[in-house]
Design a binder for this molecule. Structure first.
Ligand SMILES: *[C@@H]1O[C@H](CO)[C@@H](O)[C@H](O)[C@H]1NC(C)=O
Ligand SMILES: *[C@@H]1O[C@H](CO)[C@@H](O)[C@H](O)[C@H]1NC(C)=O
Ligand SMILES: *[C@@H]1O[C@H](CO)[C@@H](O)[C@H](O)[C@H]1NC(C)=O
Ligand SMILES: *[C@@H]1O[C@H](CO)[C@@H](O)[C@H](O)[C@H]1NC(C)=O
Ligand SMILES: *[C@@H]1O[C@H](CO)[C@@H](O)[C@H](O)[C@H]1NC(C)=O
Ligand SMILES: *[C@@H]1O[C@H](CO)[C@@H](O)[C@H](O)[C@H]1NC(C)=O
Ligand SMILES: *[C@@H]1O[C@H](CO)[C@@H](O)[C@H](O)[C@H]1NC(C)=O
Length: 423
């Protein structure tokens, strides 16, 4: 097994151990879940830990079966340029010019770097765990501290981030009670405050706006949500809406939130909501089935069921709503359930296939679909000119989605990922 896989597993065991001890020894409810200063200093120091120093090297990866977005092709050669891009993809291999540095992939499959469309990394170890598992891009789905979020960005050869705003909500919502809030920067008082609220988030570097839909419970009103989405669009930002109930889905569809994240735990999406999807502005759903399952297993084993979430994905998919793979990986005390970084993306791919996507559709839900929806047009496909975010796996994921777990090697921006560099 590759050393980075062993490291990933060790981290995973560590996370699970930590998660269980937090959950069963009374840490939940503590609002001091991160020492921000220490975490920021540690993340910044990690930049110089990368012994390769993040340099992409011009090289040829030969004897590799490339997943082109539809099928896994015959043995080919992929060129990585010294600027970390894909130079060309040559079939037959001899069509590429000979290069000094060659890596023979031995017939392994190459897929684009995977994207986790919804996660909550807070430190470098979380990113190392993601990269070890082939996750080369993630959307940090809520920023709780601006400096901490910035300290996770742009580490050469490590998982790349796009970062949400603070989660827009109100003091009365149940989310505000669960996760530590930055009241000044997070709570929305009224609809007329929406433009100023969004402007503050954008000024602090948010790549997209995150809102909490808490209907039928207290939280943002329909008017407030609508005003926030309008203000976000005026600033050229998308809105990602947290929604875990039928009523919150309905509110988000009326609002026209660009992306709806999570899946209802109460009542599945029905024909009424599907017709709203058809007419509305919502582009995609990121159901985070892994988190929905974890909530049921870890937090509410007796009073809730996975069926509404599972059925929602089947119905959305059948209706042609684009689905994105996201996990809600986090280690935040107070959140209803813990989900491990990295391995969870593979759990999500399996959950999506279980819910009715084909393996090919699941793979696209973690590559080209989120790249398109989030507007990251430089990644998600193995084509000339794209970022060299590449993962070598053993097996054919268009036949058996679980083979994405067999990660052998990862390049991020043309830099080969090596977990040892980050210790
Ligand atoms: C990495 O690059 C920085 C300059 O950007 C340099 O100061 C440092 O010595 C390099 N570290 C290693 C380990 O090469
Ligand atoms: C809230 O966020 C603002 C903006 O990032 C920051 O200046 C302030 O220190 C934060 N407050 C707390 C209590 O974390
Ligand atoms: C909206 O909230 C802001 C910020 O608290 C406040 O200054 C303003 O007066 C409120 N506007 C209305 C119409 O209630
Ligand atoms: C299950 O019960 C808990 C605790 O009473 C509650 O917070 C949660 O919302 C319930 N979950 C569902 C899906 O009904
Ligand atoms: C990173 O976060 C994990 C939780 O995801 C935690 O267990 C670990 O101690 C943190 N590592 C550092 C160096 O802060
Ligand atoms: C999810 O739904 C599909 C049918 O749409 C079913 O085959 C599968 O067993 C369900 N999964 C779970 C975990 O309930
Ligand atoms: C699918 O791939 C996984 C991971 O390589 C493997 O454990 C499993 O046996 C495969 N399933 C089938 C049906 O081949």
């Amino acid at each position: 097994m590759a050393p980075q896989l062993l490291y990933g597993i060790a981290l995973l065991q560590y996370f699970i151990g930590t998660a269980l001890s937090c959950q069963f020894h009374g840490d939940i409810g503590s609002r001091e879940f991160i020492n921000y200063d220490a975490a920021i200093a540690h993340n910044i120091a990690a930049r110089s830990l990368n012994k390769q120093n993040g340099t992409a090297e011009q090289m040829a990866i030969t004897n590799v079966r490339v997943f082109d977005g539809l099928v896994v092709g015959p043995p080919s050669t992929v060129i990585i340029t010294s600027s970390g891009r894909i130079g060309s993809v040559c079939r037959p291999s001899t069509a590429c010019p000979p290069l000094e540095h060659v890596f023979d992939a031995g017939g392994l499959t190459m897929i684009p770097g995977l994207m986790d469309s919804h996660a909550h990394p807070s430190n470098i170890s979380n990113l190392v765990s993601m990269a070890s598992n082939g996750v080369t891009t993630t959307a940090l789905a809520a920023c709780l501290n601006v400096e901490l979020c910035a300290s996770l960005r742009d580490h050469a050869g490590l998982t790349q981030l796009i970062v949400a705003s603070f989660q827009g909500t109100t003091a009365e919502s149940s989310t505000a009670a669960l996760v530590p809030a930055n009241e000044t920067f997070q709570f929305v008082q009224n609809a007329s405050e929406a433009p100023a609220w969004v402007a503050r988030q954008v000024a602090q570097g948010a790549d997209f706006v995150k809102l909490i839909g808490s209907a039928p419970g207290p939280g943002l009103t329909q008017d407030e949500q609508t005003a926030l989405v309008k203000a976000a669009h005026k600033s050229g930002k998308q809105v990602v809406l947290h929604t875990a109930s039928y009523a919150a889905y309905e509110q988000g569809l009326i609002t026209g939130a660009d992306q709806i994240h999570h899946a209802p735990l109460d009542v599945p999406v029905d024909d009424r909501l599907l017709s709203m999807f058809r007419r509305g502005a919502t582009k995609a759903v990121c159901p985070t089935l892994t988190m929905m399952r974890a909530i049921i297993q870890q937090a509410h084993p007796t009073n809730s069921s996975f069926a509404p979430a599972n059925a929602t994905v089947a119905r959305l998919h059948a209706a042609g709503v684009p689905i994105m793979a996201g996990t809600d990986a986090n280690a935040v005390p107070g959140v209803p359930a813990f989900v491990a970084f990295g391995t969870s993306l593979h759990d999500e791919l399996e959950n999506l296939v279980d819910a009715g996507l084909t393996p090919l559709q699941a793979l696209r839900a973690a590559t080209v679909v989120p790249a398109t929806v989030y507007g990251l047009h430089d990644r998600g496909m193995i084509v000339e000119g794209a970022r060299a975010d590449l993962v070598l796996i053993n097996g054919d994921p268009t036949v058996n989605i679980s083979t994405t777990r067999n990660v052998q090697r990862v390049w991020i921006g043309g830099v080969q990922f090596n977990a040892d560099n980050w210790k």
